[in-house]
Design a protein around this ligand. Sequence first.
Ligand code: TRP
Length: 445
Amino acid sequence: MTARVLTGITTTGTPHLGNYVGAIRPAIAASREAGVESYFFLADYHALIKCDDPDRIERSRLEIAATWLAAGLDTERVTFYRQSDVPEITELNWLLTCVTAKGQMNRAHAYKAAVDANGVNAEDPDAGITMGLYCYPILMAADILLFNAHRVPVGRDQVQHIEMARDVAQRFNHTFGKGRELFVLPQAEIEESVATLPGLDGRKMSKSYDNTVPLFDGGPKALKDAIARIVTDSCLPGEPKDPESAHLVTIHDAFADAATRAAFHADLRAGLGWGEAKQRVVKLIEDHVGPMRERYAQLVAHPEQIEAVLQAGAAKARAVATPFLTELRQAVGLRAMVAVPQAKVAKVQAVKADVPVFKQYRESDGQFYFKLTAADGTLLLQSQAFAEGREAGAWVKRFKAEGAVVLGEAPVNLAEGVARDMAEAALTALQAHEAEQEASKAAKG
Ligand code: TRP
């Protein structure tokens, strides 16, 4: 069975070297594995929660899309789309909102952290907190559940959200599934083997620490300048250095093959100066990143190409999402109102034994008759007299087989106050009932 792997990239900021090593590169590598179907998307609705500057939103979407494409994402293989191009996500968001407990959202880390920060600043607990932030995990659940993802690679801080998505999925399945698993229960996947890249100062590389090395921004010069600022110890050239304790080495190793790593480590132990070591790191990273930067620049110069790729991705995503959402709407009772066809009405009446009946009888004058009465006993048709019982029987038989068309020829009169179409409807219903009886007899026999 193919495993569906899905992850979202919140489109805020510009990717740096840490994002590349920690998220982009491993995700692209994983998408090339056999037996994996990957969905990667730009979580631009999530970005709106954090940012209300339209120009920054626009810019970041472009840069992040271009980065993933330049880094080698194969959009033939992977479904790569923008969250905001798939309206089924926001529709599902509402269906899920209606089965999500408010108390559960109260416990979401991001919301709780914001409340705590307000407490520290002696503010109203909910100051500055939007419903977007509060309901963030539900939108994320919709992202995941719409595509029935099995595995969701995320950072540690997102694990609670995946657990919430499982919970919501379970509740929805239980409430609306009628014993069927409408949603797959997703599993968080934390890639332990992928090292988090240290930044200039040795702490995790992060925009919030202002210690990042740009991935493409500013070209080779910006890369070189940033690496020059990486903090090292004060050992001089010629003095032996400990590669294990230098984060410059960690950054180097993230881009080096085994032989290059070993050589670098050995040279540092043998006294390679930090200045020269940094030049090697610049060269190593530039060799890796340079060709991608060129592709990136081309893409950013042609946003319409990125747009086309994303539109194609959205079409691919919606080919899955649209039919599934139709099914989910059905499940919750948002269904089309359809006219019940007439034949079906007659059939339903017949099945309910709501059928008119023919009666044959002999009167005191010695003649034979038949009559048709509605299920409620109302007399509808009355025959003329027949000398022979067989004659009456033959007409009844024809009425049952052929229905209302026989009315024109049969020696019968409409009962008083009965309209012709009422008698016709009764005969049609009776005919349908007879046909049904025949069919079920044939099926049993
Ligand atoms: N919230 C995630 C983050 O900030 C991004 C995201 C949005 C996501 N929707 C998702 C990740 C669905 C995985 C699955 O990292």
